[in-house]
Design a protein around this ligand. Structure first.
Ligand SMILES: NC(=O)c1ccc[n+]([C@@H]2O[C@H](COP(=O)([O-])OP(=O)(O)OC[C@H]3O[C@@H](n4cnc5c(N)ncnc54)[C@H](OP(=O)(O)O)[C@@H]3O)[C@@H](O)[C@H]2O)c1
Length: 239
């Protein structure tokens, strides 16, 4: 069993609620230094102050539709923590529309937040991940990045397939510099995102379950790369 690599610096997007919140709590308990980026900087600053008086946990403004905020977040992280070992692209949105009721603006928002922002953050952090020697990129994709189910937002599934592709591109590109990338592909997770969605009667995945999976993936050495992790709460043919 590999011990969690305490002290390594993790950039995490969308840490205030849902899966991101569970990730922040778990990785803090594991002993990582955290650079938390999101739209509600005051809420994040409150978390940082409660947890570490702003020392090992730092708060940053990051809006996935604003490229300049991504650049500032990376610069501030390096200035505060001295480097970057892990990037977790967690922030994401789903907007439901089908092929009969095409909504170009919704599709553009999902591409920007779910795909373009993680791609930019990966690009911006690559030099630091290379310097680390054990750089890690975790992309919170979805089981909708592995298969298309019924009429559920084809645009969302398209963006999540793209995030899985980004993960493989990152793994291929960074391999010889010690960078490993993992796509986390869950089915329904109990967060605001599935409020109002008919998920049936059986229990669904808890955000803490995803945090457990990510914690384990991050603790693995360079010689044990896991490219994709699918997690399901329902019986499906393959996953
Ligand atoms: N819940 C599920 O069933 C499920 C399943 C598979 C994959 N996922 C993926 O898991 C990830 C986290 O989602 P969740 O389930 O925790 O949903 P959630 O509770 O709705 O959280 C979404 C997160 O994304 C952030 N976000 C949205 N737009 C943003 C923007 N423009 N800039 C920065 N941050 C933004 C939100 O920040 P604010 O607090 O500022 O709004 C929030 O932290 C997403 O990528 C989602 O696609 C979820």
């Amino acid at each position: 069993m590999t011990l969690p690599p305490a002290g390594r610096v993790v950039m995490l997007s969308g840490p205030v609620r849902g899966i991101g919140r569970a990730l922040a709590e778990r990785l803090r308990a594991d002993g990582y230094r955290l650079s938390l980026g999101g739209r509600d900087r005051d809420a994040i600053a409150g978390m940082a102050t409660r947890w570490s008086a702003g020392e090992s946990v730092s708060a940053h403004h990051f809006d996935a539709v604003d490229s300049a905020s991504a650049r500032r977040w990376v610069d501030e992280t390096v200035a505060h923590h001295g480097g970057i070992d892990v990037v977790i692209n967690n922030a994401g949105v789903v907007e439901g529309f089908g092929l009969d009721d095409y909504d170009e603006a919704a599709l553009d928002r999902m591409w920007q937040i779910n795909v373009k922002a993680p791609t930019l953050l990966t690009h911006l952090t690559l030099p630091h991940l290379r310097t680390s020697g054990h750089g890690r990129v975790i992309n919170v994709a979805s089981l909708s990045g592995k298969r298309v189910k019924g009429g559920f937002s084809p645009g969302y599934a398209m963006t999540k397939h793209a995030v899985v592709a980004l993960t493989h591109a990152t793994r291929q590109h960074g391999w010889h510099d010690g960078i490993r990338a993992t796509a986390i592909c869950p089915s329904f997770v109990e967060t605001d995102m599935i409020a109002g969605v008919d998920v049936g009667e059986e229990p669904v995945i808890q955000p803490e379950d995803i945090a457990e999976v990510v914690s384990t993936a991050l603790a693995l050495p360079n010689s044990a790369s896991v490219a994709e992790i699918t997690v399901n709460c329902r019986l499906e043919d393959v996953f």
